[in-house]
Design a protein around this ligand. Structure first.
Ligand code: RNT
Ligand code: ZN
Length: 427
C-alpha cells in the first residue's frame, strides 16, 4: 500500500481516537455490511423477458449513453466490473424480467431453473441475491393496475407471479446460504382523482394475503412491501401508499421498504427509520435520490444520504435493515453510475461510524446544544477521506477517483463495441 495512504490514515486515526472512536474497529464493522446493488441500472430496467416491451409503471429512464447490457452475460460482466471497484462483499438485486433462459416463459410461470445461471455466478463471485416480482412493462399491467385490478383474472395473474417470485427467492436463499429479500412494488394508481379510494386498497390487501399465504423459511427468504406517493401517470392516487404498506407490513410481519424518492420532497426517510424501527420487524431501504418529479437519480453523498448512514449507525439499526439501491440513469456510463452510488452509500455509513456519538448524546442530554452544534460542524472537516482511502486500499479496490480510468478503459474495450457488434450483426 502507498506509504502516504498509511501515514494519512494513522494521522486521522489519532484525531478520531481523541474522541473515543476506534477507527480500526469501525472498518471491521463496515466490511461486514452488504449493499444490494440493483441490476436494473445496467440496462435501463429492460430485462430479458419481454425485451421489446416499453418501460411502463410510471417510472422512466432518460438518456441514451451507449453500452447498455443487452444479454445476461453482458450484464454480469458489467456488474463484475462495478464490484471490482467497490470495497466489500455485496449482493445483487434482480427483477423477475432478468430471467436467463432460452425458454419462452411467462411471468406467472417463472421457476428457479430460469435463474440458475445467476445462482451459479453469484456462488462463483461470493455474492448474495435479492429479488423482485416485475409488475410493470407488461400487457397485463397496461391499465395501470395489477394486484388491485378489478378484473379477477388479471389480479390472479399478478398474484401467481408474486407467488412464483417468492419461490425463486427461497431457492436463492437456500443455494447461497443467506437471506434473499423479495420486494413487492406495484405501480397501481390513477392519474386523476378516483371516485373510490377504498376498493382498490381492499383488493390489494386481499391479493397480498394470497401472495404471502405460504410460510417460507425466514433464514432464506423475507418479504418486503414498497410504498410510493405518486408516479408518472399516477399523480392523484397510488393504491399502495405509505400508510397502506406501513399498516400491512406491521400487521403481517413484512419488511417495510422505504424508497428515498417516494415521499413528499420535504419528507426524508432518515427521519422515518427510528420511528419505524420501534414497530417493524425489519426495514428495506431503496437508497435513491429524488429530483423534481423523478425519484431515481444516482445517489450522491448529499446531506440526506449522510443522515441515513447516521441514523442506521446511531440507532443500531444495521441488524434489522437491508440496504438496497434503486436508481437508473442512462445519460452517463452505467457502470460508473453503480460505482458512484454504491461507493457513496458505503461512504455515508462510514461517516456515520466516525461521528463522536457518545459526546454528542451527552451534550444533548445536558441540554448543551451549543456543544452539540459546534462538534457536529467541526466534524464535517475531520479527515474522513483519509480513512476512506485506506479502506479502499485495504479492500483492494482503487483509491479516490482512480476507478474512473478503469471504467473508461472498460467503456473503450467492451461497452462501445456492443453497439457496433449489434449494428454489424444486423447488416
Ligand atoms: C418504483 C420503485 C421500484 C422500482 C424498481 C425497478 O418507483 O422504486 O422499486 O424502481 O422495482
Ligand atoms: Zn424503489
Amino acid at each position: 500500500m502507498d506509504q502516504s495512504i498509511i501515514a494519512n490514515y494513522e494521522a486521522a486515526k489519532a484525531l478520531y481516537a481523541q474522541h473515543g472512536i476506534d477507527v480500526d474497529a469501525v472498518l471491521e464493522k463496515l466490511s461486514e455490511i452488504k449493499i444490494s446493488m440493483h441490476c436494473w441500472q445496467g440496462d435501463d430496467v429492460r430485462g430479458f423477458l419481454n425485451k421489446d416491451q416499453a418501460l411502463t409503471g410510471g417510472i422512466s429512464v432518460t438518456g441514451n449513453y451507449p453500452g447498455a447490457a443487452s444479454t445476461p452475460a453482458e450484464l454480469r460482466s458489467d456488474l463484475e466490473k462495478a464490484f471490482s471497484l467497490i470495497p466489500g462483499k455485496h449482493k445483487v438485486n434482480l427483477h423477475a424480467i432478468y430471467v436467463d433462459t432460452d425458454e419462452k416463459v411467462e411471468l406467472d410461470a417463472i421457476e428457479p431453473k430460469h435463474f440458475e445461471k445467476w445462482v451459479t455466478w453469484a456462488k462463483e463471485q461470493g455474492l448474495g441475491l435479492d429479488f423482485n416480482p416485475t409488475c410493470f412493462s407488461h400487457e397485463k399491467s397496461a391499465d395501470g393496475l395489477t394486484l388491485s385490478h378489478p378484473d379477477p383474472a388479471i389480479r390472479q395473474f399478478w398474484i401467481d407471479h408474486c407467488k412464483a417470485s417468492r419461490k425463486i427467492s427461497a431457492y436463492f436463499g437456500e443455494q447461497l446460504g443467506q437471506t434473499c429479500v423479495t420486494n413487492v412494488w406495484i405501480p397501481d394508481g390513477f392519474k386523476d382523482s378516483p371516485v373510490d379510494r377504498l376498493a382498490p386498497r381492499q383488493r390489494l390487501k386481499d391479493a397480498l394475503d394470497e401472495v404471502f399465504a405460504e410460510e417460507l423459511n425466514p433464514a432464506f427468504h423475507l418479504d418486503a412491501v414498497e410504498s410510493k406517493l405518486f408516479g408518472l401517470g399516477s399523480e392523484a392516487y397510488v393504491v399502495g401508499s405509505h400508510e397502506f404498506y406501513m399498516g400491512y407490513g406491521i400487521a403481517n410481519n413484512k419488511l417495510i421498504c422505504l424508497d428515498a424518492g417516494h415521499f413528499h420532497p420535504t419528507e426524508v426517510i432518515s427521519n422515518k427509520l427510528s420511528a419505524l424501527s420501534l414497530f417493524a420487524d425489519g426495514i428495506l431501504l431503496h437508497v435513491s435520490r429524488p429530483m423534481r418529479w423523478d425519484s431515481d437519480h444516482v445517489v450522491t453523498l448529499d446531506d440526506e444520504l449522510i443522515d441515513i448512514g447516521r441514523e442506521l449507525v446511531r440507532g443500531d439499526l444495521l441488524g434489522k435493515t437491508h440496504i438496497g439501491l434503486d436508481f437508473f440513469d442512462a445519460s452517463i456510463n452505467r457502470v460508473a453510475a453503480w460505482v458512484i452510488g454504491t461507493r457513496n452509500t458505503i461512504k455515508a455509513l462510514l461517516r456515520g461510524f466516525l461521528d463522536p456519538v457518545e459526546e454528542l448524546r451527552k451534550a444533548e442530554l445536558d441540554f448543551d446544544f451549543t456543544t452539540r452544534l459546534a462538534l457536529q460542524e467541526e466534524f464535517k472537516s475531520y479527515p474522513f477521506g483519509a480513512v476512506w482511502d485506506y479502506y479502499c486500499a485495504k479492500q483492494g479496490v482503487p483509491v479516490r477517483e482512480a476507478w474512473l480510468a478503469d471504467v473508461k478503459a472498460y467503456e473503450q474495450d467492451v461497452l462501445l463495441k456492443r453497439g457496433t457488434e449489434t449494428a454489424a450483426a444486423k447488416n
